[in-house]
Design a protein. Structure first.
Length: 302
């Protein structure tokens, strides 16, 4: 296998791994159901920074981190991406912990369509006719689902566009994944401290330290949050943005199934229809990618 194909396969598997890990997040947040959602978000940010700093040292990427911290353009890009992922984290946690799992799921169903739009507008990626057909089928499925979820559609759209913006900023800028996440987390430190101060001033105060179980779970938010984001950023640099978007259907499907079977949300007819359209679109998109790869391999052998 040519080295370029090998790298792309590795990036594809890395992206699948990141999205699969994100699928498990509602289970983690369910363990913190008695904690205020704003405190969870704050500790998620505060615990991600030391994890990133330790990993930067272990992986000997301190020079990359210093280069980013002394580059105004990099600081500007990472400030934007940090605010985007911070917005996404905040709304996602609030949605999950307030029982809007399907609204979060819809957001990540919409996100691949936003990725495809961004890929064609900003990255000039070209889709085949079959891939456009897949996009159209997915769009129909998402539209059916969105029409039945108008009261919480703003949640879904904000999640979709914030994460698409984050992915696009990481795709466009030549940023090393781990040091980049470290700087993004530094950007979010002041808002995180503000969230903690707000929570501490409330009637119930902070939950950190209330029990060993709660404290350990919130400290684990660092690696739990950092690892999939590092994997995603790494994959985003090597994969077409449209392909990266379609892989993301893994996450909302997992969220959808958890909302249905674990969190007791009822299955509606429109959700079943949406599923048929989206998974038909995924099958068509993947089949076209495999067809193109087989054709390229035959061309190399001839």
């Amino acid at each position: 296998m040519p080295s370029n194909d090998t790298n792309r396969l590795g990036a594809l598997l890395t992206a699948i791994g990141a999205y699969s890990l994100w699928t498990l997040f509602p289970l983690y947040f369910a363990l913190l159901s008695e904690v205020d959602a704003l405190e969870v978000v704050a500790w998620r940010i505060l615990c991600t920074l030391p994890f990133c700093l330790v990993m930067v040292v272990v992986l000997r990427q301190t020079a990359d981190l210093k280069a980013m911290l002394t580059n105004p353009r990099m600081i500007a890009v990472l400030t934007l991406s940090g605010l985007l992922i911070g917005t996404n984290w905040l709304l996602y946690v609030l949605s999950i912990m307030h029982g809007h799992v399907l609204a979060a799921s819809l957001g990540y169903y919409i996100n691949p369509l936003v990725n495809v739009l961004a890929a064609t507008l900003f990255l000039r990626e070209r889709l085949t006719s079959l891939q456009w057909l897949a996009v159209a089928l997915a769009a129909i499925g998402v539209a059916v689902l969105a029409w039945d979820a108008l009261p919480t559609l703003w949640i879904s759209l904000t999640l979709a566009f914030s994460f698409a913006g984050y992915g696009l900023s990481r795709k466009l800028a030549p940023i090393v994944p781990l040091p980049g996440l470290t700087v993004e987390t530094m950007v979010l430190m002041i808002p995180a401290i503000g969230l903690l101060a707000w929570t501490a001033s409330g009637p119930e105060g902070l939950s950190m330290g209330s029990s060993a179980r709660i404290s350990l779970l919130m400290l684990l938010a660092g690696p739990i949050s950092g690892v999939p984001l590092i994997m995603f950023a790494s994959a985003a640099r090597q994969l077409d943005f449209s392909v990266l978007g379609f892989i993301q259907f893994i996450t909302p499907t997992g969220l959808f199934l958890q909302g249905l079977f674990l969190f007791g949300e009822p299955l509606k007819t429109v959700q079943a229809i949406c599923f048929v359209f989206i998974w038909t679109a995924i099958a068509l998109f993947c089949w076209d990618l495999l067809r193109k790869r087989s054709a390229a391999a035959r061309a190399l052998r001839s």
